[in-house]
Write a protein that binds this ligand. Structure first.
Ligand code: 13P
Length: 254
């Protein structure tokens, strides 16, 4: 269970789905489906839809985030967007998703630069960590998660890290329908929180929300979110259906 002092957060990572128009329709359907009180709800559409989706949820409790950003403010970086471009439009940004690390070669150092740029721009970063199946099978999950958390937070102090959110997303559970068991999720989130304590301090470890992501669905959300230390969910596929996403959010109500 999430302690009362950590408010649950459920974020939808729409990945490369939706146009600006269909994204607005999805956001409106989510608002109509009734975001529950007591849970922070965040929608992360593709970059091209962020502005329209943000406009569509003005006046509601729903917040909007991006899925990625560059660490520099401006420059000759074709195809990239910066934290300062996002800052007027979105409040949140996902950093270091395993699809960015695996498919686009994002290193721990890039994740660290992005995290620092996001915090400096006043955005709430959701920093993703998590092991592949082969790393887990070899017994290396704890060491990898610890190293990823430490590297992401290099040079960041507890105060600067204020709004930081982390997400534990085991790569083998993403888009596979194979969810981590509630015990596996809670254990790994415990490792991530311990690493947060070492990289920052005990207060930061205590206040930072750590989400679980990987094949979260209305069917498994309640059990996952009932675990100690699991402060919410980062949802992929099921976030593209308004009713499923809201059902997951309801499971997070304390
Ligand atoms: P799925 O929920 O589709 O497994 O995706 C999880 C994820 O990668 C969220 O960032």
């Amino acid at each position: 269970m999430t302690p009362a002092r950590r408010r649950p957060l459920v974020a939808g990572n729409w990945k490369m789905h939706t146009t600006p128009q269909s994204g607005v329709e999805l956001a409106r359907a989510i608002v109509r489906a009734g975001p529950p009180d007591g849970v922070d709800l965040v929608l992360c559409p593709p970059a091209i839809a962020v502005t329209d989706v943000a406009r569509a949820v003005v006046g509601t409790t729903v917040r909007v985030g991006a899925q990625n950003m560059h660490w520099l403010d401006a420059g000759a970086f074709t195809g990239e967007i910066s934290a300062s471009m996002l800052a007027g439009v979105a409040e949140v940004v996902i950093v270091g998703h395993s699809e960015r690390r695996g498919d686009f070669g994002e290193t721990d150092e890039m994740v660290n630069r992005k995290l620092r740029a996001a915090l400096a721009a006043g955005l709430t970063p959701i920093v993703c960590v998590g092991e592949t199946e082969s790393v887990r099978d070899a017994g290396g999950a704890r060491a990898l998660i610890t190293a990823q958390v430490q590297a992401a937070l290099e040079g960041v102090d507890s105060e600067a890290a204020g709004p930081l959110v982390m997400a534990y997303e085991p790569v083998w559970a993403i888009g596979t329908g194979r969810t981590a068991s509630p015990e596996q999720a809670a254990e790994a989130i415990g490792w991530a929180r311990e690493a947060l304590g070492h990289a920052l301090d005990a207060a930061a470890a205590e206040r930072t929300r750590v989400l679980y992501g990987g094949s979260v669905s209305p069917a498994n959300a309640r059990e996952l979110l009932a675990q100690d230390g699991v402060d919410g969910a980062l949802v992929g596929g099921a976030s593209l259906k308004a009713d499923d996403f809201i059902a997951i959010a309801r499971s997070a109500v304390p």
